[in-house]
Design a protein around this ligand. Structure first.
Ligand code: AMP
Ligand code: MG
Length: 474
């Protein structure tokens, strides 16, 4: 297989042993049709030079990659779902396929969804719908474009199967996807070993995470290492929750099995994006209590992090862990301001000015109900965008006391050095949006006429946004 010189296999999770995963056989999808192959993401791990047949062999049939995992591994985990502990979960329709180092030496996972049944499937069919795959692909691409650290959907197939589903019209077309992200170790991965009262496995999993993802923590004494590890996980997930707020995503299922130790955004089942700023907006139709509403996402993340602290309490003193947890609020407030400043294409000013700008922005957004993404698009680079914003289609919304306060706070900041308003993306009247109506239209064309053009057009616009904003995490 002509992997490129930058392909560096390093199957570290497999080396943890059989307590952490089950070797599984992928389902056979010989007639599957390739929908999307993300060469840019593939290049990060040296898999961009595969032929079409090799791509199928890897990402449809999941034959082992050179010197990588010898078999797919369904990862074992439990988790709190909507705050109810569920010991019946785990990789029930996905697995860890392979692990590689990127150019900077960081480990990356290839994980699947829709690849067949595993010992964790319960009564499920191990499948994903094509609509689910399309929605996740759009969400992941958009989030990268607006600066959220998360998965990339490297490969998407239509399997040709017809699935029975409760939440989609039947029969639903089957899909198969593979995502690239740094880690699939979830808070729920720790919870499973806590439930089985296995401090030895919690310790082993923690040491694995420290070595691979937080090497600086390895230098800390064994007694203090769990707290130092927790501190890193808290910081990463506070950053994630903050970046979600500035992206306008309402993740929808912030369960502890959907939060990784690396704080990466993934698993977008019912995910939606805000049409306008609205703290109460929920995305999952089954989230009746608004537990995972837009304005409660940080609270959800912190609640899950507290569950991780409880797991680590089996190998360390809770008194040492609690301070790490308490840092969440400070981390989050700082990261929130940083995220809003970045999204507005501004250079950070003083911490106080950054916080004031964030408050003024959300107040203005709440009051004016300007489309969420439009505020960041119209005012990207702050005052340097004045003529675009005040001469554009939304000019009438840019007035009043809340707007004046927002604009005054914008004036406290310079444009970020990399901002380039001459980029073609900013010549459009409207920013790209991935709200429910847009995603529904894209799916409608696929569903009714197998017309993929709107999907491709939308993704091309998201690409332009990524280029134009220049905010994608590296
Ligand atoms: P998710 O909503 O994708 O985070 O999944 C939550 C849990 O349900 C995980 O353990 C999944 O593996 C499992 N699950 C969801 N859908 C299926 C399915 N169709 N077949 C088997 N397991 C599933
Ligand atoms: Mg999940």
């Amino acid at each position: 297989m002509p992997v490129s010189d930058s392909y560096r296999p390093d199957p570290r999770f497999a080396a943890l042993g059989p307590d952490f995963a089950d070797a599984v056989e992928p389902a056979a999808f010989a007639a599957a049709r390739l929908i999307r192959r993300d060469r840019r993401a593939a290049a990060r791990v040296g898999l961009d030079s595969l032929t079409d047949a090799e791509w199928d062999s890897a990402f449809r049939d999941f034959n082992p990659l050179p010197d990588n995992q010898s078999a797919p591994l369904a990862m074992r985990y439990h988790g709190h779902q909507f705050r109810v502990y569920n010991p019946q979960i785990g990789d029930g329709r996905g697995f860890l396929f392979a692990q590689m180092r990127d150019a900077r030496g960081r480990l990356l996972d290839l994980g699947t969804k829709g690849s067949g049944q595993t010992p964790h499937s319960r009564t499920g069919d191990g499948r994903m719908t094509l609509q689910g795959g399309v929605r996740e692909t759009i969400a992941a691409a958009f989030l990268e474009a607006v600066g959220v650290a998360g998965c990339a959907i490297i490969s998407l197939y239509e399997t040709g199967e017809r699935l029975a589903r409760q939440d989609e019209p039947n029969p639903a077309r089957g899909g198969l996807m593979t995502r690239l992200q740094h880690s699939h170790v979830r808070i729920g991965t720790f919870q499973r070993h806590a439930a089985f009262e296995r401090p030895d496995l919690i310790r082993a999993l923690m040491e694995h995470c420290v070595e691979v993802y937080f090497p600086d923590v390895a230098a800390i004494s064994e007694a203090e290492r769990p707290a130092a590890f927790l501190r890193q996980v808290v910081a990463a997930n506070a950053r994630l929750a903050a970046s979600w707020m500035a992206a306008g995503i309402v993740h929808g299922v912030i369960n502890s099995d959907n939060m990784t130790v690396t704080g990466e955004s993934f698993d977008y089942g019912p995910t939606r994006f805000l049409p306008v700023f609205a703290p109460d907006f929920t995305s999952a139709y089954f989230d009746h209590g608004g537990l995972y509403a837009y304005g409660r996402q940080a609270e959800a993340a912190l609640w899950n992090l507290a569950r991780l602290a409880e797991c680590l309490a089996l190998v360390a003193d809770m008194s040492g862990l609690e301070p790490a947890l308490k840092e969440f609020q400070t981390d989050y407030q700082g990261a929130l301001a940083a995220a809003f400043v970045r999204r507005l294409g501004l250079a950070p000013a003083t911490p106080a000015a950054d916080v004031e700008l964030t408050r003024a922005t959300t107040r203005f957004m709440a009051e004016s109900q300007v489309p969420f993404e439009a505020v960041f698009f119209d005012w990207f680079g702050g005052e340097t965008s004045r003529d675009r914003a005040l001469g554009g289609g939304r000019a009438a919304l840019y007035r009043g006391a809340a707007f004046d306060a927002f604009r005054a706070r914008l004036g406290d900041h310079d444009a970020a050095p990399a901002v380039d308003l001459s980029h073609a993306y900013f010549a459009a009247e409207d920013p790209v949006r991935v709200t429910l109506d847009v995603v529904r239209d894209v799916w409608g064309a696929i569903d009714e006429g197998d017309d993929w053009a709107p999907f491709e057009t939308l993704l091309a616009r998201v690409d332009a946004a990524r280029d134009g904003y220049g905010l994608a995490p590296d």
